[in-house]
Each structure stands twice: as structure tokens, then as C-alpha cells.
Write a protein that binds this ligand. Structure first.
Ligand code: GCO
Ligand code: MG
Length: 408
């Protein structure tokens, strides 16, 4: 069996999805997602200029060897751009493998460990009252777990994942069209004083059963993060996410020595070497990598297995920048993983997105049910894809009130 061709498509409704389609001499094709939010053209170029010319003629069934060929062959290791490009190839090769076996991917991993996989949605508000309305809306939709963020009184501009206008709670924007980023202003003291009180009120309003998550988005120092974690302990969070900048694997030691709050980290990681110390030293409870830019199914499965040895559960990244393809790859891993924790899931299901990526995967009552179709179980409509083109975008940049640049 041989790979005969591969194409890259960039574009989509709301997001610039980078979709790879690999064709074979047996008429079976495989699909993968290489979307790297706000840097989409780069994994696309890596695929087109370096990887695809080597891929043609290879046997698509040898997904492990192909992964090693590209990873070791790059010489300069890791990095989100390369790992997103390898990840898309890997996903597409697993898709082909599933179609050849006529089995959904979770069967190739070891079968189902559960039927529905728990997901969490994002509630947000310009202020606390606004946030309460947003949470109520998700609770009514049947969600059992909700990430909560809200505006901080006195904070000059909206904080992380917070709408500027009250009532804009389902469509808040965290990135912007255009190449120049919006600037947000951050004030750690105001956040540290206000957010524990706000989270306490959410717990009081919604009772003990709702799973509440909160994302600090890398903005605290290790000492501040420990203080914050202690302050929110009575809220009984499902997790506290990215309390410290994720590039320092030692930063969580201090927090861990001072608090029992469950910690989640890893959406910016792109390899096992970014999180092996965190996992082996049991400094975290949830690992947030994404199949999209952590080297695809082959590499992420390795991280999941390491995590399982150390009581660390999965909580894969699922921001809207992941196309239905990588969300499906994660759904298959979620159905199988003995150490599954939760899946971030923002409803992608606009009619445009469903038309571009038809599938039978479904969300019901806060649980995600994986499709039984062979492979990833997602199709790709090239005619629909022709409607979209690349639009540049950017993440915001964050400064302190005195102008010092901070972490987004
Ligand atoms: C999350 C993340 C995202 C990131 C985004 C950056 O928890 O979902 O923090 O919202 O900000 O993925 O591209
Ligand atoms: Mg996050």
C-alpha cells in the first residue's frame, strides 16, 4: 500500500482550520488537523514544503515509523509548528488504519472504557451577575462541568476570556482578526482579591454537584499561585488551570506543597519532554495536551500512558481552534483512556462547520458520544472548503498597568 498524494487546505468558518488529506493507491484517504491558532500558515507550509514530498510513496500503515522518520529527521526537535505538522500526518494515518480495519479508532486503542465522556463548557461574564446567567444557561443545556471566568471590578480592560460588554457571554472573543494584537491590561492584586470571592458565590449559587473549573491563563508567579490555590480551596474546584507560566516545569512545586487544589496544565505543551517531570513528580492532576500540536495520536497516547502511571488524568485542550478532526481524535482517546478525566468542548456545531466536516459524533447532556464509523469518523467536503480562505488573526497581548509586558 502506498501514499499517492496529500493536500493541505487552510480556512473554515470562524477559524482557519488546517486540514490535511492523504490519498492512497487503494482509494482510502485519511484526514488530519494541523491548526495552530493564529499561526496557521506555518504548519501548512511545513507540510507542503518538507513533509508531503517525503510522504509520497510511503506505506501509510507504518504510522510509527513515519512519525519517527519526521521527528528524528527534522534534527531540530519539538516546537508547536513541527509537532502540529507531524500530528496532522499521524492523525490521517490512524484514520486510514481504522478505515482499513473497518473499525472506529477507539477499538484499535483497546476498546471503550466508558460510553459518554464528560465535557466542560466555558461560562463567562463581564461581571459576576453576567457570569451567573451564563452558567445557568449551560446548566439548563445539561452540562455537568463548567469553566468560569468573569470581569474583575476596577480592572481597566477585560481580563482573560471575559467579554467587554455585559450579555455577550456566549460569543466572547479571545482572539482578533488582523495581524496586530489587541492589548489587555492585567492587575494581579485585584484578581487575587476578587476571584476567590466570586468563585465562592458561584459555588453557593449552584450547589455542591456542579463541577467548577477556572483558568488563570499563566498569569501568577509560583508564590502568588500558591496563595490563590489556598484561597480557593473551600470552593472545591474540579481544577485550577495554568496557575503559573507553563514553560517552567518546577513552578508548580511551591503550589503543590501548600494546597490540595487539583491542578491542570499543558495546552501549550507540544511533547512529552514538556511534561515528563510534572507527571513523574506528581505535581499535576490533569494533563491538557492536544493531539493537534503535540504530535498527533502516536505521541499523545505515549503521554497518556505515562500519566496513567502517576494518577494524572486527561483533560485535553478543546478550544475552538481545534477542527472537528482533532476533536474526533481526542474523542476516540477519551472513549478508551483508563485515566480519562474530562474534555474541554466548545460547541463547534454551526451549520457551516457541520457541512465542512460531516460526522455522527454527538454531544448529549454534557457527555460526548464517539461515532462508530471507521477511522476518525469525520468526513471533509472539499466543495465547502473552497468557500473559505485564510484570514490573519492574533492573540491579545497583556501588559500590567505600568506597561510591563505580561503573559496572555
Ligand atoms: C483554553 C485556553 C484557550 C487559549 C487558546 C489560545 O483553556 O481553552 O486557555 O482559550 O487561550 O487556545 O489559542
Ligand atoms: Mg486554558
Amino acid at each position: 500500500m502506498k501514499i499517492t498524494d496529500a493536500k493541505v487546505f487552510v480556512g473554515g468558518p470562524a477559524k482557519n482550520y488546517v486540514t490535511l488529506k492523504i490519498e492512497t493507491d487503494q482509494g482510502i484517504c485519511g484526514l488530519g488537523d494541523a491548526t495552530l491558532n493564529n499561526r496557521e500558515t506555518l504548519p501548512a507550509a511545513y507540510l507542503k514544503d518538507y513533509l508531503i514530498p517525503n510522504l509520497i510513496g510511503m506505506d501509510p500503515r507504518n504510522s510509527e515509523d513515519i512519525w519517527q522518520f519526521f521527528y528524528r529527521g527534522a534534527y531540530f526537535r519539538r516546537g508547536p509548528i513541527a509537532m502540529a505538522a507531524f500530528g496532522a500526518i499521524d492523525m490521517a494515518l490512524w484514520d486510514i488504519k481504522g478505515k482499513l480495519a473497518n473499525m472506529p479508532l477507539y477499538q484499535l486503542f483497546g476498546g471503550k472504557s466508558r460510553e459518554g465522556a464528560l465535557v466542560y463548557a466555558h461560562a463567562t461574564g463581564a461581571d459576576l451577575e453576567d457570569l451567573m446567567d451564563s452558567i445557568s444557561w449551560y446548566v439548563e443545556q445539561g452540562y455537568k462541568a463548567i469553566r468560569v471566568q468573569c470581569g474583575i471590578p476596577g480592572m481597566p480592560k477585560a481580563g482573560y476570556a471575559v467579554p467587554e460588554k455585559k450579555g455577550d457571554v456566549k460569543n466572547y472573543i479571545t482572539d482578533y482578526t488582523g495581524i496586530r494584537p489587541k492589548v489587555e491590561i492585567w492587575d494581579t492584586s485585584r484578581y487575587m482579591r476578587y476571584m476567590p470571592k466570586a468563585l465562592t458565590q458561584v459555588r453557593e449559587r449552584f450547589g455542591p454537584e456542579l463541577k467548577i473549573l477556572h483558568d488563570v491563563h499563566h498569569r501568577l508567579t509560583p508564590r502568588e499561585a500558591a496563595e490563590f490555590a489556598k484561597a480557593v480551596e473551600p470552593v472545591d474546584l474540579f481544577w485550577l488551570e495554568d496557575p503559573t507560566p507553563a514553560d517552567d516545569q518546577d513552578a508548580l512545586k511551591f503550589l503543590r506543597h501548600h494546597s490540595t487544589v487539583p491542578v491542570a496544565i499543558g495546552e501549550v505543551f507540544n511533547s512529552i519532554w514538556d511534561c515528563n517531570k510534572l507527571i513523574e513528580n506528581e505535581l499535576i492532576d490533569f494533563i491538557r495536551v492536544a493531539v493537534t500540536y503535540a504530535g498527533g495520536i502516536t505521541h499523545v497516547k505515549r503521554i497518556v500512558d505515562l500519566a496513567a502511571l502517576h494518577h494524572v488524568r486527561t483533560g485535553f485542550h478543546g478550544a475552538p481552534s481545534h477542527s472537528p478532526l482533532s476533536m474526533a481524535a481526542q474523542a476516540h482517546l477519551n472513549a478508551w483512556a483508563p485515566n480519562f478525566g474530562i474534555q474541554e468542548y466548545l460547541v463547534l456545531g454551526t451549520p457551516e462547520c457541520d457541512a465542512l466536516f460531516p460526522s455522527e459524533h454527538r454531544l448529549e447532556n454534557g457527555l460526548f458520544y464517539v461515532s462508530d464509523a471507521p477511522g476518525l469518523g469525520v468526513a471533509f467536503d472539499e466543495n465547502e472548503a473552497a468557500r473559505y480562505s485564510y484570514k490573519p488573526g492574533s492573540h491579545p497581548v497583556v501588559r500590567l498597568e505600568d506597561g510591563t509586558l505580561w503573559n496572555y
